[in-house]
Every structure is written in structure tokens, then in C-alpha cells.
Design a protein around this ligand. Structure first.
Ligand SMILES: [Ca+2]
Ligand SMILES: [Ca+2]
Length: 388
């Protein structure tokens, strides 16, 4: 008697599998992906975030593309079957030039720079986490001195990432944009890694990429800083940025001073596990004084201490009265000439009188008197010194 069960013979099983394979070609070959050179994150647009993907995949080896090159076009190729953590982005996308190796020193990085700003159909911006001040890792530009600034001045700043309360752990790459008013701040930033920075204590090198674009009335300097061969932890300065004030700031005409801001936007920090780490940012406030101004009224530029400290008379013949009715603790006074040079300092102690004689050798003209408070804030007054 025949069994209910039907056992197919070996030959018919093979035939069945072969017919399946013919229906689904992807089952018997590697998956295909389309590479758009420079778009390492495969979101459809080339920007500074793509550098982070290349730095993360540094040194990875996969299948070279049959057609290599970095034109802004689709290059079909076989997937490497290895994806970036928490994404479905194949590592093949980071091999922008298609030579089978992800390496920041070959044309993978160059592809991002060459095709920067290109988009393809279906592009969607990466969503970056936004930090909470006081709880997330802070990031800000900080001046290394606080002397008064004038047209044509260089502002020496440091980019600070992390503090003792919120340090950075296992840094891999940072992408961000600095935005500023191009009529006040020049495009010509100088950028270098801070020599003492925690970011290069391991001496494996720091990569910096930057790109200037015009976004409406503001200029955007898109930047990326990466550690393709390391993942240091720490906090404090990472870059030194020299920022130049334009020689001729039109908006300063007829004014005592103007205030402008350099903001930090679209920040993405990746750690060595390829997680996005939220960052909270602060803008850098820059006050630029008019060296040709003839306005001699004493003005305070800090709203935090409105008119609480004043210097008089103004203009002065060399003797200044200091009025400080709220007894705000003061460290010292500094006198700057209109070229921003420090020409006199006056430390303050408990026994200091409220009368101060300016250095008798100072020539007639406009000076900035900076009152450095005990808490580190500074108030700047403009004072005209008459000939004596
Ligand atoms: Ca991209
Ligand atoms: Ca490559």
C-alpha cells in the first residue's frame, strides 16, 4: 500500500531550487547597490556629515567597483554586505572612488569635497540630535583674549568641545557649520589643531575639512574634524581658529560699536560606536568698535551690568572718577588705544580710591577703558582724553 506522504526524489528538489533561483536572481548573487561618489551616508546629498562616514570606515576593504570614478552619477556595484551601525548603509558607499578600500588619503575624501552640495532625487537631510544646555556636551567658540576689537583685527579663538561635567567619550568625528555675517567677518579663517588638545594626545592625527557656502545673507563655513585612526576621550579646546574682521565694516559707520555673532549650527558628533551624541552650542558675541567715531559718551556694552559702573568726566583731562554704587567687585582696569593695543592697566584692591590718573604720556585721543570684573566679565567704556 502506498504511503500518504509523498517524498520527492533528489532530482526534482534540485529542479525546484533552480527554478526558484531563476525567479529571484538576488538569492544566488551579491546584492547590488548604487554608489553616488561623495554621498557616503547615502542620504542623497553630499555634505560634511559624509566625512564622518568615511572616517568611521577608514581601512575597510571590500569589492572594488567595475567602473571606478567620482563623477556625480550612479555607479552600480556589489554591496560589501557590511553596514554602518544602526543604519542600512553599506560600507561600499564610503568607498567613493570605488577602488575597494576606504581610505581618507585616497580620493574617497576628495569625492566629498568635489561633489560637495550635490543632491540626487529622493534626498533627505540627516536628523541630528540637539543637546540641552547644562546636560549635553557643550560646544562653543571662545576668544583667547578679551581686548577690544576694531576693523581689520584678527580674533584669536578656540573651539571648545566638552567640559569637566560633560566630557566627550571615544570621539570619532564632528561635523558643524559656523554661520556669520559676511559684511563683518571675512571668509579667511585660519584653522589648526590646538597643540595641547586632548583630541591629539594619542598622536594619530586629526583630519580637518572645511567648505564655504553662502546661505541667504549669512556665510556658512561647513567644517568636519575627524580621527580616522583613533577615538580619544576628553574635553576642552580642539581647534584654534583665527577669525578676521573685515577692513571696512559699512554697518559701523556713524556708530560707536556694533555687535555681531558667529553661531554654531547643524552639529553632529559621532563616537567610535557610530552613535550620534547630542551637543549644545553657544554663539560667539563679537563687539567691534569704531576707531573713527567721535562719539565720546561713556557707554556700557554689557546689559548684565547696566550703567552700574561708570567713568567720568568724559572727555577727560587725565583724571577719572570711578562710580561703582553697587560695589561690583572689580579686578582691574585696562586702557586700550584705537589700534587695540594695551597701553595701561590699573589693578584694583580694597584700598583703591575712586580717583584714577591716566598715564601722563598717553597722547590725546580716543581710548577704550575695559573694566574687568572679578567674575571674569568685562565692561568696555569709550573715553576721550583731551590734551593736558
Ligand atoms: Ca550624505
Ligand atoms: Ca576608496
Amino acid at each position: 500500500m502506498q504511503s500518504f506522504k509523498h517524498y520527492p526524489n533528489r532530482k526534482s528538489v534540485l529542479a525546484f531550487l533552480l527554478s526558484l533561483a531563476a525567479l529571484f536572481p538576488s538569492l544566488n548573487s551579491t546584492a547590488q547597490v548604487e554608489i553616488w561618489p561623495g554621498d557616503a551616508s547615502n542620504n542623497g546629498e553630499v555634505n560634511n556629515i559624509d566625512y564622518l562616514f568615511i572616517w568611521y570606515a577608514e581601512g575597510q576593504i571590500g569589492i572594488p567597483r567595475i567602473e571606478q570614478g567620482i563623477f556625480w552619477q550612479a555607479y552600480p556595484t556589489e554591496a560589501w554586505n557590511q553596514v554602518f551601525p544602526s543604519t542600512n548603509v553599506d560600507f561600499a558607499h564610503a568607498d567613493c572612488d570605488g577602488d575597494g578600500l576606504v581610505n581618507e588619503n585616497n580620493s574617497d575624501i576628495a569625492a566629498v569635497s568635489t561633489n560637495y552640495g550635490q543632491t540626487r532625487e529622493g534626498a533627505s537631510s540627516e536628523t541630528l540630535p540637539i543637546g540641552i544646555p547644562g546636560m549635553s556636551i557643550p560646544m562653543r567658540l571662545e576668544r583667547t583674549d578679551n581686548r577690544p576689537l576694531f576693523e581689520g583685527d584678527n580674533i584669536s579663538t578656540q573651539l571648545i568641545l566638552g567640559d569637566a561635567d560633560n566630557p566627550v567619550e571615544n570621539f570619532k568625528g564632528l561635523a558643524f557649520s559656523l554661520k556669520f555675517d559676511p559684511s563683518v567677518i571675512s571668509n579667511g579663517f585660519s584653522t589648526s589643531v590646538d597643540g595641547n588638545s586632548w583630541i591629539n594626545q594619542d598622536n594619530t592625527g586629526v583630519s580637518i575639512q572645511q567648505r564655504i557656502t553662502q546661505v541667504g545673507p549669512r556665510t556658512e563655513r561647513a567644517m568636519a574634524v575627524g580621527k580616522p585612526n583613533g577615538s580619544p576621550s576628553g574635553f576642552g579646546p580642539i581647534l584654534n581658529l583665527g577669525i578676521i574682521i573685515e577692513d571696512n565694516v559699512i554697518s559701523l559707520e556713524g556708530k560707536d560699536s556694533i555687535t555681531t555673532y558667529i553661531s554654531i549650527e547643524r552639529v553632529g558628533l559621532k563616537d567610535s560606536s557610530f552613535n550620534w551624541i547630542p551637543i549644545s552650542t553657544d554663539s560667539l558675541e563679537i563687539i567691534i568698535y569704531n576707531q573713527n567715531s567721535t562719539i565720546t559718551t561713556s557707554t556700557s556694552n554689557t546689559e548684565r551690568y547696566p550703567a552700574s559702573i561708570s567713568l567720568y568726566p568724559n572727555p577727560s583731562f587725565g583724571m577719572i572718577q570711578i562710580s561703582n554704587p553697587k560695589n561690583i567687585p572689580i579686578q582691574e582696569f585696562r586702557v586700550f588705544d584705537t589700534r587695540g593695543r594695551l597701553v595701561q592697566t590699573k589693578p584694583i584692591d580694597q584700598s583703591s580710591s575712586n580717583t584714577w590718573h591716566l598715564d601722563a604720556t598717553l597722547p590725546e585721543g580716543l581710548y577704550l577703558i575695559q573694566t574687568l570684573l572679578a567674575d571674569g566679565h568685562a565692561i568696555t567704556h569709550k573715553l576721550y582724553l583731551n590734551s593736558r
